[in-house]
Design a protein around this ligand. Structure first.
Ligand code: ATP
Length: 250
């Protein structure tokens, strides 16, 4: 479905030295797969998602979606950036319908559609609240619903749980696993969190330090539906060791 082929990204600068963020990265995501990218801070993970989302162009290389080049094209994927994108001046319901409005859906119809989804996102009591009245976990669920309403087959998620405390993060993992069983989406997730990557993914790419290169790829052979209890299973621990070794290796 998605293929990133030999992508290099250099940020050129007049003032500072040029910076190579990613070097010769190739990866793919098959329809229905949940794939994660893990790697150290600054290795170019967000840069990769921005390029797939068409917000910037690779210096070299190609990006294909269903066989078509999407380099420099916006609007092909649903992208949830690292920062909270909710507008503080809009209520939750008005925030989550933004993608529907962009798609030309009438406001009343958009609200009706989104209101039906709020219970699944645990937000039904907060439709008319403003983002700053919600907890971090709730805001991320609203961000996620907004991303989902772009109604694209593939979602790019950049550290969606990065800023949440451990307990909230765990609840969000359980919730996301449940949601994904229902919506059957293809996902590319960027994370620092090894356990999160194992619990959620079918496959994991491991990036090196900057310039980010792919050091390895690990298939997660855990059955679905996944549960938190799997974290203590021997298979899980074995994969974790494998990932740690890959991250440490040169
Ligand atoms: N627009 C830009 N201009 C210049 N340098 C940039 C730009 N965007 C990113 N960089 C640099 O490229 C490198 C990769 O950044 P990026 O945000 O992609 O890393 P990351 O792996 O997502 O990091 P983190 O996990 O900390 O979010 C960093 O050194 C960053 O400073």
């Amino acid at each position: 479905m998605l293929e990133v082929r030999n992508v290099t990204k250099v940020f050129y600068s007049d003032k500072y030295e040029d910076l190579t963020a990613l070097k010769d990265v190739s990866l793919f995501v098959v329809k229905g797969e949940f794939v994660s990218v893990i790697g150290p801070s600054g290795c170019g993970k967000s840069t990769l998602l921005e390029m797939i989302a068409g917000l910037s162009k690779p210096t070299k290389g190609e990006i294909y979606l269903n066989g078509q080049s999407i380099v420099g094209q916006k609007g092909n994927v649903a992208y949830m950036p690292q920062k909270d994108v909710l507008f503080p001046w809009r209520t939750i319901i008005e925030n989550v319908i933004v993608p529907l409005e962009i798609q030309g859906v009438k406001k009343a119809k958009a609200k009706e559609e989104a209101l039906n989804l709020l219970p699944i996102f645990g937000l039904e009591k907060f439709a008319n609240h403003y983002p700053d009245m919600l907890s971090g976990g709730m805001r991320q669920r609203a961000n996620f619903l907004r991303t989902l309403l772009f109604r694209k087959d593939i979602m790019l998620l950049d550290e969606p749980f990065g800023k949440l405390d451990a307990l909230t993060k765990m609840q969000m993992h359980e919730w996301l696993l449940k949601i994904l069983e229902q919506v059957n989406k293809t996902v590319l997730l960027v994370t620092h969190d090894i356990e999160e990557a194992i619990l959620l993914s079918d496959r994991i790419y491991i990036f090196s330090e900057r310039p980010g290169k792919i050091k390895g790829e690990v298939v997660v052979p855990l059955n679905r539906p996944r549960t938190q209890e799997m974290i203590t299973s021997s298979t899980f621990i074995q994969i974790k060791k494998q990932l740690l070794n890959l991250l440490k290796s040169d």
